[in-house]
Design a protein around this ligand. Structure first.
Ligand code: PEP
Ligand code: MN
Length: 357
């Protein structure tokens, strides 16, 4: 599936330049502040206004959005500031309201992407329209669920599809509200190279002071655009107060962000990269060769263990291997967690080889 419509051809972003930006409040709260915010965002260079009408909240009793009433406000704010509009839909009834009120684009929230029944229902409700669909990643770091949702929209004939990386649920201490686990959007891009990809640094960080850094990292990686939560008075926002920034903050951030291209016209730079890549390719070949040798030795050890009735797992030995690898990594200034991850994988494969008859 490679025939996704390129974002520069989307009507939604006509007249704007990279990075393509969708910005606006987490939740639509009232008509007046939304209209005045739309003008501030337009001034900051934003062409697509976002606002959540139905908010999926973890606990009941929290503000759950103004619902259908706000759809008209969103449309009015867009028309007043000459911007396009987007909101979240989580079922077919939401889609019906969005279409009836002339809202231009929809996004699928993280909690919905993980539910194939709802994704299918929404995709069918959108069939036959040219509504742009932004598909946030599911809460769990699973590229299958994310790509499955994208395929459902594509199969219903929608061409303007964009993936939005908003980080993943993580149980435990973390700097981020939803850590980015960049390898997941990277895997999505490997599967669908032509699929536009946005980053939502607001939901990744959960903290306004970190939004710019994640936005910068996303653009350096090659993301096409950003979805950012902006509120005129963030501390008083009815949802996601800690992560929203002001329109002025956004203008500052957009002014500082730099865009990179996927390739270079500079022949000297291109040649230098090619040269260095030859070195990488040589090392990769040597690594594979060494790993094959290591696995052969491991298989021989496995046979001896079997003959002499020893268990495959030798916890002390494994501990020593890991400790030694971590110490060597430290000496070479390599990240110890990175090396732990690699050795854990190698050790798993090695045990699997010894378990095979
Ligand atoms: C949102 O964009 O306001 C939202 C609820 O996003 P997510 O589904 O990423 O949590
Ligand atoms: Mn939000």
């Amino acid at each position: 599936m490679s025939d996704f419509c390129q974002i520069q051809d989307w009507k939604l972003f006509s007249g704007s330049i990279r990075p393509w930006v969708i910005a606006g409040p987490c939740s639509v709260e009232n008509r007046e502040s939304l209209i005045s915010e739309a003008f501030s965002l337009k001034k900051a260079g934003v062409r697509v206004l976002r606002g959540g009408l139905w908010k999926p909240r973890t606990h009941p009793g929290c503000f759950e959005g103004v619902g259908e009433t706000g759809a008209q406000w969103l449309r009015e704010a867009g028309a007043a500031a000459d911007m396009h509009t987007a909101t979240e839909v989580a079922n077919a009834r939401h889609v019906e309201i969005v279409l009836k009120n002339g809202i231009d684009a929809v996004w699928i929230g993280a909690r919905t992407t993980g539910n194939p029944f709802l994704v299918q229902e929404i995709a069918e409700a959108l069939r036959g329209t040219d509504t742009p669909v932004f598909v946030k990643n599911p809460m769990v770091p699973d590229p299958e669920l994310w790509s499955g949702a994208i395929e459902r929209f594509a199969r219903c004939g929608l061409d303007c599809i964009c993936a939005v990386h908003r980080g993943f649920h993580f149980y435990g201490e973390n700097l981020y509200r939803n850590p980015p686990f960049w390898q997941i959007p990277v895997e999505l891009r490997r599967r669908f190279p032509g699929l536009p990809l946005f980053c939502d640094p607001s939901h990744i960080t959960g903290r306004r002071d970190l939004v710019e850094d994640i936005a910068r990292q996303a653009l350096i990686l090659g993301f096409d655009g950003l979805m950012i939560e902006v509120h005129p008075d963030p501390d008083r926002a009815l949802s996601d107060a800690a992560q929203q920034i002001t329109p002025e903050d956004l203008a500052g951030i957009l002014g500082r962000l730099k865009i990179r291209k996927t390739s270079t016209q500079d022949a000297e730079a291109a040649a230098a990269i090619d040269d260095l890549r030859t070195g990488i390719d040589r090392i990769d070949a040597a690594l594979i060769d060494l790993l094959a040798q290591r696995m052969d030795i491991s298989a021989s050890i496995g046979l001896i263990k079997e003959r002499s009735g020893m268990t495959v797992l030798q916890a002390d030995r494994w501990n020593n291997v890991l400790e030694r690898a971590r110490a060597m990594a430290k000496e070479k200034d390599l990240d110890e967690d990175f090396i732990t991850e690699i050795f854990t994988t190698i050790h798993r494969a090695s045990m699997e080889r010894q378990l095979k008859k």
